[in-house]
Ligand binder design. Structure first.
Ligand SMILES: [Zn+2]
Length: 198
């Protein structure tokens, strides 16, 4: 029995890991720990945002903290398209608008727009080379809160004319976007919404 105990019982002397460290390193570790600030107790969640996204309202219960240009933004992922889309969503929300009609734009941009605005802005996209008649264009114009005519993209004159010809009745909704790209479209729409008294 005594022999068994002697062989199997834990040794009384359990060595602390620090005992294995050279004294100098242990000392430095102690110092580093002493310097580091106390971990904040149950802190509110933080969202790291780029300067542009800082302009957007904070989410409830989440504190927005501005980051430098070299860091990735939690909101837009540092994507110019997403940033512009977020700003447009906010502009629509502020103005109580919901429906965006886009006339023209390639298949890729249409997909991007739908993805970026999903669940936030109702979007209808008119194929710039498709067939549209005046009655359909009229229904589109009535439906929309803002109509963006994307003149720099694949857009036949026949199609765009259906919309721009109704400037007398719907001019307040119409904005012509001369530049390509999702970000350019969103910025033009924001400007339009900002300048129009709804
Ligand atoms: Zn951002």
């Amino acid at each position: 029995m005594l022999v068994w105990l002697a062989e199997n019982a834990p040794t009384a002397e359990v060595r602390h890991p620090a005992d294995f460290l050279p004294a100098e390193i242990a000392e430095r570790a102690q110092e580093a720990l002493a310097r580091s600030p106390e971990p904040p107790p149950a802190q509110e969640p933080v969202e790291r945002r780029c300067a542009d996204c800082m302009k957007l309202p904070a989410k409830p219960g989440i504190r927005a903290v501005e980051i430098g240009t070299d860091a990735v933004c939690d909101m837009c992922g540092s994507s110019a398209n997403k940033r512009a889309a977020l700003a447009m969503i906010e502009a629509f929300r502020t103005r109580g608008l919901r429906r965006l009609l886009v006339v023209g734009g390639g298949p890729g941009t249409a997909e991007d727009l739908r993805r970026l605005l999903a669940g936030e802005v109702d979007i209808r996209i008119v194929d710039g080379e498709g067939h549209r008649n005046a009655a359909k264009a009229d229904a589109d114009l009535r439906w929309a809160d803002v109509v963006a005519v994307w003149s720099s993209t694949i857009l036949s004159h026949k199609v765009s004319k259906l919309y721009t010809d109704r400037r007398d009745a719907f001019g307040g909704k119409l904005v012509t976007v001369p530049r390509r790209g999702v970000a350019a479209l969103c910025m033009a729409v924001i400007e339009k919404v900002g300048l129009t008294t709804w």
